[in-house]
Design a protein around this ligand. Sequence first.
Ligand SMILES: [Zn+2]
Length: 507
Amino acid sequence: MHALRTVTRVAWVLALLVLAGGLGWWLLHHPVQDLETVRRLGFRLIELARSPAFLACVGLSVSFGAVGALLQSRLHNDMGAISQRPALSPLEVVDANVALAVREMLTELQDSLRKYISRGEPDMIVFVDVLINGAIQVGASDIHVHPLESGTRIAFRVHGVLEEVMMLPREHHTRLINRIKVLAKVVLFRTDRPQDGHFAFATGEGPADIRVSLLPTNHGESSALRIARSSVRLPQLSALGFPKELLTPYQKVLDLPQGVIFVAGATGSGKTTTLYASLGYIKQTRGDMTRVATIEDPIEFDVSLFSQTQVNNEQGFTFAQGLRSVLRQDPNVIMVGEIRDAETARTAIQAGLSGHLLMTTVHANSAAGVFNRLIEMGVEPFLLASASVASISQRLVRALCPHCRVPAQPEKEELARLEAVGLPTAGPFYGPGGCPRCANSGYLGRTALYEVLTVTPAIRDCINGKVPTSQTHDIAVREGMVSLLAAGLARVNAGTTTLREVFRVVG
Ligand SMILES: [Zn+2]
């Protein structure tokens, strides 16, 4: 394949050389002096073009070119077999079906890439195209190219989890990195310092912006490609994994005209998915005239329904400034990516008190913990109590493969922990089995656990009185809040996950 394209190139170069040589020879013998010479030059050119040697050269290069192009397109076609399916959304809720689809797509991609590499000298243009296309198909957010002593590890981050795609033999590493550098428009020969760049990649569903970062390491340059897709499909609120008895109260909160909704949870706990699905629900129920504005750092998903603004800390454009500017644009609903400082917190609370519904995330361990976290930041408890309408905490746990899970008995300490907080220990409990569908791991996809705290008059008193978080939590539970642990136990008893997983994330 590679050899054929080299021959094609040589044929084209030969044809051009014959043309240039003929022209040069003629010019040497007939210096241009007047119009007559130019006319004769024209005739000579036509004569030359009709000469059998020239025609043979042109004919040869055209046929070589045609065969080369044909082979290239066929290669693209059988490499791009998985692109026939609709691309998965990176905001997908990763239930067993989605996880299975991701696994199947990854296996297909791995097979075709491996076959392609084994055929000999691979064409890196095709290879990188297929790789990026595959990443977008499975809903990956990043592509990692990581050189090791034994070879180059290529991996995708899919729904927060790193999945190995292949180990590329060491000898292809430099050409792979060079192809990425050409696309990212960075300096090709510079290998001793970090470089950043970006490029647009066309997909069936609009262009994706690929941000590239290159870093020198002891085994060569490593590269990370971040994929920002346009017009991402939003997940439905009902698909998020809220239990039915939680969904209706949460929708009621989203129907409120004003107030602040907090989402707490660690990075990679699916907060963004919850925020976007909630905003999607608002847009759906309130209609097109509702203005939804977001301030994010960075904008990871381009959603055509919202007007999105990206903060730029290096240039002094902060969350607080962004929020103040967005407020002047008179939106109905605002999403602030994260509250990290007092100024943003105060502006957000003010917005929630003046006719806007605002959603944001805060680093806190539980729904009740959000309030003290903000008070520590310097927010006035009285204003916080008046503005808050709800606080959500969430975690992602690995889900058991529904095709092979087996009944299992938890360990004594685990049961004792349940007992200590007054939760039932009767079971049933399940554990991982192993089957082809889950690649013998016993787990397939992930599921989210939610704790939804609605701010009632009693909770308002707690915020105002700056009571310890555990006390606020207990009052909320007494008023009907299902804690993360209780929500997890319900999933355990239903066979969705294991008790160990729940304890791992709830802590
Ligand atoms: Zn299984």
